[in-house]
Write a protein that binds this ligand. Structure first.
Ligand code: GRG
Length: 281
């Protein structure tokens, strides 16, 4: 599916900003900084930064105001991938067609590079928002911190690792894992960008629900790409391919309906939601 303009036209800006933020690969300790950069550049789709920009735009502000939030969520996402690939978790040798960080360096370096990426996310969000109203920066920071916390990404990952197929209420438990492991950061990408753009509480409430549904649908769509090789914690294994596809579509429809009243400013957000789920708008 063709990349939406909300990604292609804005990736240059986030890439340049991330490049400024992360110390050069030869800055001491060079091993650590090289490892931090390894997965970050050239990086992946940059979906989460695009969602942060679109969240800011949806509430009527210039998308570039969301730059600190966009960088923070991509740094958190990257740290989570570096740690997820470690032998104590998914034990992967390759990511984005390149050796994983612990393969290119070693496990200790991958662990520490992930830690440093996470710390940098919060440093950026605090430092690069100094010109904005303090409550905008505080609210954005809180959204990202919560998404990265034991109630979000980390808690979801813990329950994913411990997931036992066949236990009661499998669908409910699976969605709970997806909501925290994947959707929390997707939703926080949108809401942190919207906070920096001066969103009202009512707008944040709608955008958070939109982001959560899009995030779960995105995880289901990602699982569908595994084509027959489904993890225990996959909606495709429980509902079958057609069932999982239907579930993703109905989550997307529900999400889009929530932002009906946002008008044309939310068009990038709509396009990104459809792109994440692999469906044209
Ligand atoms: C280690 C704390 C910790 C958490 C790990 C994010 C995660 C939790 C695991 C990564 C593996 C995975 C399948 C996560 C689900 C979210 C997901 C679909 C990630 C891939 O996101 P994309 O497609 O990746 O946006 P790119 O490479 O494009 O950035």
């Amino acid at each position: 599916m063709r990349e939406p303009e909300a990604i292609s036209a804005r990736s240059g800006r986030i890439n340049a900003f991330l490049d400024e933020l992360v110390p050069a690969a030869d800055a001491p300790p060079a091993t650590l900084h090289g490892a931090m950069r390894h997965l970050l550049f050239p990086g992946g789709k940059r979906l989460r930064p695009a969602l942060a920009f679109a969240g800011c735009e949806a509430v009527g502000s210039d998308w570039q105001l969301a730059l600190p939030a966009a960088a923070a969520v991509e740094l958190i996402h990257t740290y989570s991938l570096v740690h997820d690939d470690l032998p104590c978790m998914d034990d992967d040798d390759e990511r984005r067609g390149r050796p994983t960080v612990h393969k290119a360096w070693d496990e200790a370096t991958a662990l520490l590079a992930g830690d440093a990426l996470q710390a940098l996310a919060f440093e950026v969000l605090a430092r690069e928002t100094a010109d904005l109203a303090p409550e905008r920066a505080r609210d954005a920071l809180q959204e990202v911190a919560r998404a990265a916390s034991s109630r979000g990404l980390v808690g979801g990952q813990v329950d994913d690792l411990a997931f036992a197929a066949g236990a009661p209420d499998e669908v409910g438990r699976l969605e709970s894992v997806h909501r925290r492991k994947t959707a929390a950061l997707i939703a926080a990408s949108i809401t942190s960008g919207a906070h920096l753009g001066g969103a009202s509480a009512a707008q944040i409430d709608l955008l958070a629900k939109f982001g959560e549904e899009v995030g779960v649908a995105f995880q289901i769509a990602d699982d569908l790409l595994d084509a027959g090789d489904w993890e225990p914690c996959s909606m495709v294994r429980v509902l079958g391919e057609a069932g999982a596809r239907n579930r993703a579509q109905s989550l997307l429809e529900s999400a889009l309906a929530r932002i009906d009243d946002f008008g044309p400013e939310a068009q990038a957000l709509r396009e990104l939601a459809c792109y994440a789920v692999g469906r044209p708008l």
